[in-house]
Every structure is written in structure tokens, then in C-alpha cells.
Design a protein around this ligand. Structure first.
Ligand SMILES: C[S@@+](CC[C@H](N)C(=O)[O-])C[C@H]1O[C@@H](n2cnc3c(N)ncnc32)[C@H](O)[C@@H]1O
Length: 278
């Protein structure tokens, strides 16, 4: 079939912008190139893949699961229903963390990505600085399978460990980075697209969404060196409660909250034995 015919076919099922995005991704073109090659014949393998993706989207699946791909920090990650689809705000967490690691630490830096899911956080850090010693951990063996696929795909040397929070962690780290589940069970804002597709183990947490921050902060110092950085992604309305948890569990730390591009406080950085100059 021609590009034009596939676009028409898609537009009957999904929004025309989604059709363009889907087909341009499958053909490895940008949407403008599609418009310039409307008469081009698409080979049968991609035509079949396009039709399969259309069916998935028609059935209410997110585009990233249909494509089995999510772009994170410019890297292509394999994703499917076993893992959370990486989010834009998590790129900002990674970006700030790599800057802090470069600024405040020197060599042999050990980083634990706790609740790694697809591996997007830890693998991107490793991609950005190959000298980092990275451990990815998760309680979901299914998620760890996906992290392993991405490790191989990106050709990066990291450790992958099954662990319920810190239970199986044996090392000590300079940095603990985590985007834990933080959505409260009675959250009314979560969309059906998320609720019906993404793993609930990756989304929800007790105690108003604070369960995992509380549990991690309570035990983390045993797994961290004297000088450390903790980097958390947080829910947009959780800043104050998380600052209280930090006060409850940690002594003599400095804390910075950062806003994301939307102007919401979405990242918390905790520094111990580090003279920060922002
Ligand atoms: C919000 S997702 C984050 C995934 C990925 N790091 C990202 O940013 O896209 C939270 C992850 O924490 C994992 N998780 C949930 N409970 C956990 C636990 N008790 N111990 C370790 N990981 C857990 C989930 O399986 C999920 O992969």
C-alpha cells in the first residue's frame, strides 16, 4: 500500500496526528517527510505492523506499547505492559542528577536506580557517563526482564538485582535515585489510558502516595556512603509531606526541591556531607 492509503486507513480509526506519528515512527521518517512521499509504496512487513498497531490503539492501548518503543532522553527504550512508560519529567530528574554527580563526586561513583522499571533512569545515566557503576533494581521480575532487554539493546554494562525496596541490596552507594510509585489509591486525576494499561504496581502507593518515600528514607542510610545524594521524583502535590518525612528520618542533610518545566515541584534532592553551591 502507499503511504497516502495507510494514512487514510489510520485516520478512520485514530486521530490524524496519531496516525502520522505512528507511521512516521514505523518508517523512521519525520511527519513532514511522510507528506512529501505520499505515493511511496510501503513494504508488507511495515504495513502489517501498522495495522497491528492500529488495532492496539483502537483497543485503547497507549501508542508506546503499540510501537513497543518509548523515546527517553533521546534513547529508544523497549516498553510493553510489564513496565511504566517513561515520562518527560523523569528526564529532568536524570538531567539534574547527572549534573550533581559530575559536580559533587569524583571517581568510582556507585548509583542505585531503585524501582527501575524499563531501566530508563539507570541506563540513561550509564549512557551519559560510562564510568558510573550502576545497579538497577525492582520488585517486579517482569520489569527486570524489560530492563535487561534495554540493557542489551543499548549495550550498557550495569547490574540488575531483584529486590523489594532495599531488602536484597548488599552494596553501599553514593547515589540512590528513584521514581517510586506515588499515586494515591483515591487519586481522581488518573486517566483511563494509564489506569487500564500500565502496571498498578508501578503506579500506586499507600499512605497518600507516600508509602515508598517513607520506607526508603527509613532504611536508606545503611546502603549509602557517608557522603551521598538521594534523588527522588515526587508527585506535584507531595513536596511538603516529603520534606516532613526527610526531617523525620535523616539528620544533617541539605534538601533542594526542583520544579519541572511545567513549574511544578517534581524533584527532591537530598545531599549529605556535600557543600552545595547552586
Ligand atoms: C513509577 S515506576 C518507575 C519506573 C521507571 N524507574 C521510570 O521512571 O519510568 C515504579 C517502579 O517501582 C517498582 N516497585 C514497586 N514496588 C516496589 C518495591 N517494593 N521494591 C522495588 N521496586 C518496586 C515498580 O515495579 C515500578 O517498576
Amino acid at each position: 500500500m502507499k503511504i497516502e492509503e495507510l494514512l487514510c486507513l489510520g485516520n478512520k480509526v485514530i486521530h490524524k496526528d496519531q496516525t502520522k506519528l505512528l507511521l512516521s515512527t514505523l518508517l523512521n521518517m519525520n511527519p513532514l517527510e511522510l507528506s512529501l512521499h505520499l505515493d511511496e509504496i510501503v513494504d508488507s512487513e511495515i504495513t502489517t505492523k501498522f495495522q497491528e498497531c492500529l488495532n492496539s490503539l483502537k483497543n485503547g492501548e497507549p501508542l508506546q506499547y503499540a510501537l513497543k518503543n518509548s523515546n527517553f532522553y533521546g534513547l529508544d527504550f523497549y516498553v510493553d505492559k510489564r513496565v511504566l512508560i517513561p515520562r518527560f519529567e523523569t528526564e529532568e530528574l536524570v538531567n539534574n542528577t547527572i549534573n550533581y554527580l559530575q559536580k559533587y563526586f569524583s571517581k568510582n561513583i556507585k548509583v542505585l536506580d531503585l524501582g527501575t522499571g524499563s531501566g530508563c533512569i539507570g541506563l540513561t545515566l550509564k549512557y551519559l557517563n560510562n564510568d558510573l557503576d550502576i545497579t538497577l533494581s525492582d520488585i517486579s521480575n517482569e520489569a527486570l526482564e524489560v530492563a535487561h532487554i534495554n540493557q542489551e539493546k543499548l549495550g550498557l554494562d550495569v547490574k540488575i538485582v531483584y529486590s523489594d525496596l532495599l531488602d536484597n541490596i548488599e552494596d553501599k552507594f553514593d547515589c540512590l535515585i528513584s521514581n517510586p510509585p506515588y499515586i494515591s489509591y483515591d487519586d481522581k486525576e488518573i486517566t483511563d489510558l494509564v489506569l487500564n494499561n500500565e502496571p498498578h504496581q508501578a503506579l500506586f502507593a499507600d499512605n497518600d502516595g507516600l508509602e515508598y518515600y517513607d520506607k526508603i528514607l527509613c532504611k536508606c542510610e545503611k546502603y549509602l556512603n557517608d557522603k551521598y545524594l538521594i534523588a527522588f521524583e515526587i508527585g506535584y502535590n507531595q513536596e511538603e509531606k516529603i520534606l516532613n518525612l526527610i526531617n523525620k528520618h535523616l539528620k544533617d542533610v541539605k534538601v533542594l526541591t526542583k520544579k519541572d518545566m511545567a513549574g511544578l515541584p517534581r524533584m527532591v534532592f537530598i545531599f549529605k556531607n556535600i557543600e552545595i553551591n547552586e
